[in-house]
Ligand binder design. Structure first.
Ligand code: HEM
Length: 130
């Protein structure tokens, strides 16, 4: 399965979960998990979809171990950060070390993405160079 498809599927699933949480918050008038809702939608839906679309636009950038490491770190960081953040907001900071590790993972994944974007946009035959 391509890294692009993986990101697009994760993004779409995140939108479903993030919006459902938004509906739940509104229905219950309980906004404690507002930052979790915002991050599932913006980090999960918006960012992952953008990553997926980027790899669709630059197919050559989707090859090799770098994009795979980018996806692995992104998905791991995201899936650990969301429940950790939720528990912290509910005054149960039991996963604080995991939360810090997931944040380091997410920033590292973004560093990889910066390298991937710069490498892809330096090549003359890619769409962005046109
Ligand atoms: C079915 C769709 C959605 C529902 C029902 C929903 C519901 C909500 C609710 C109830 C709040 C809290 C408002 C308040 O505290 O007064 C909120 C905040 C927020 N939502 Fe959504 N939302 C939806 C979709 C989205 C999407 C698609 C995004 C982003 C891509 C998004 C981003 C945010 C952000 C950034 C906040 C503010 C968070 C904060 O202040 O900490 N939401 N939403």
């Amino acid at each position: 399965m391509s890294v692009s498809n993986n990101f697009l599927r994760l993004g779409a699933l995140s939108a479903l979960v993030g919006m459902t949480l938004g509906v739940w918050m509104g229905a219950n008038q309980d906004f404690v998990l507002r930052p979790v809702h915002a991050h599932i939608n913006l980090l999960g839906f918006a960012s992952m979809m953008l990553f997926g679309l980027f790899y669709r636009s630059f197919p050559a950038a989707a090859r090799g171990w770098l994009p795979m490491a980018h996806f692995a770190l992104s998905v791991l960081g995201f899936l650990i950060l969301m429940p950790s953040l939720a528990l912290m907001l509910m005054q149960k900071p039991v996963f604080m070390p995991a939360m810090i590790a997931s944040e380091i993972g997410l920033v590292s994944s973004m560093l990889l993405f910066v390298i991937i974007v710069f490498m892809a946009t330096m090549k003359k035959d890619e769409p962005a160079a046109a």
